[in-house]
Design a protein around this ligand. Structure first.
Ligand SMILES: [Fe+2]
Length: 227
């Protein structure tokens, strides 16, 4: 299975997943790129799907559907779909929106606006606990699972992570070896560098305390980061 990442607008990331014959487009905000790619590679576009319903992710759906005849398929409530023989799992990850999902194949996961490199998406009011559970669901994937995010905020996210944990050697190591494209991370690296996933670390707790945030409960710490 191949995962083709493409950038559109200023920092959005869309994906084309294919097995050499059949392809599924995820958040195809640049339909022109997808059309060129499938034509040159001789692929059949089976479906168009979205990680969530925000318009910057769905804006290319209509054009791509009109030009290819591929249906736009709602992934909420589904638990998997196929590309050729390979099953792609749909993981419900509400929090950023109620309809947010992630798509997981063999060794990789497309995370939309749920999980970014060294960062997470913003969260709907009142859904911090739900969002945290969604992120925990992703953290149960094997450490070597490759993460394909929905936006490239990486530079400023890494800068902020370094401000929060200046003595965390893994942030420097990640930054030094980070070599896009593609814009990717892994579950293991995110556990080591992403401050939003590290709210039980003494250094992160100290940072929040210095900034006058609620540090009593783990969820409170997570929540105070999102505010
Ligand atoms: Fe979004």
């Amino acid at each position: 299975m191949k995962i083709i990442q493409f950038r559109y607008d200023s920092d959005n990331l869309g994906y084309l997943i294919h097995d050499g014959e059949e392809a599924v487009a995820i958040d195809p905000g640049d339909p022109g790129f997808v059309l060129d790619y499938i034509r040159e590679a001789g692929l059949r576009l089976k479906e168009i799907r979205n990680t969530h319903s925000h318009s910057d992710h769905t804006s290319g759906n209509r054009t791509l559907a009109d030009k290819t005849g591929a249906p736009v398929v709602d992934s909420t409530g589904a638990d998997h779909f196929y590309i050729g023989e390979e099953m792609i799992e749909v993981i419900p990850t509400p929090g950023h929106t109620r309809d947010s999902v992630c798509f997981k194949g063999e060794g990789w996961v497309i995370t939309g606006d749920t999980l970014f490199i060294a960062n997470v998406g913003n969260c709907l009011p009142g859904l911090a606990g739900t969002f945290r559970e969604s992120l925990d669901r992703l953290l149960q994937l094997p450490d070597e699972t490759v993460i394909y995010p929905g936006h490239d905020y990486t530079e400023r996210s890494l800068r902020r992570a370094r401000e929060i944990e200046p003595d965390n050697p893994d942030i420097k190591r990640f930054t030094d070896s980070y070599n896009p494209p593609p814009i990717v991370s892994t579950i293991g690296d995110e556990k080591r560098i992403n401050p939003y996933l590290r709210t039980d670390e003494p250094a992160v707790i100290a940072y929040l305390r210095e900034n006058g945030k609620d540090v009593e409960r783990s969820l409170g710490r997570f929540q105070s980061f999102l505010e």
